[in-house]
Write a protein that binds this ligand. Structure first.
Ligand SMILES: [Zn+2]
Length: 83
């Protein structure tokens, strides 16, 4: 019988960033969400990224901007690169 040990192997930053938008939109499944939340507790970089995205999204929503727009998404990514 295999003994399963609980590894403390979290997701990578790359994986975390991929989930950020779904996380903010509440589209993540429980497991994916828990993994991301765990990562955010230990990774300041990704935590800041989520906070930034939340602020950005709230602001865009306020301005009634279509956040699904590809062109805009690209622009936002460029802004984030400079951030
Ligand atoms: Zn990270």
């Amino acid at each position: 019988m295999l003994k399963h040990t609980q590894h403390h192997k979290g997701i990578s930053c790359e994986e975390a960033i991929k989930r950020v938008y779904d996380f903010i939109d509440n589209h993540l499944k429980a497991k994916a969400r828990a993994e991301l939340e765990h990562h955010l507790e230990t990774c300041r970089h990704c935590f800041d990224r989520v906070e930034f995205e939340k602020l950005l999204k709230a602001r865009l929503r306020h301005l009634k901007v279509d956040t699904e727009s590809k062109a805009l998404r690209k622009k936002i990514d460029e802004l984030i690169e400079q951030f």
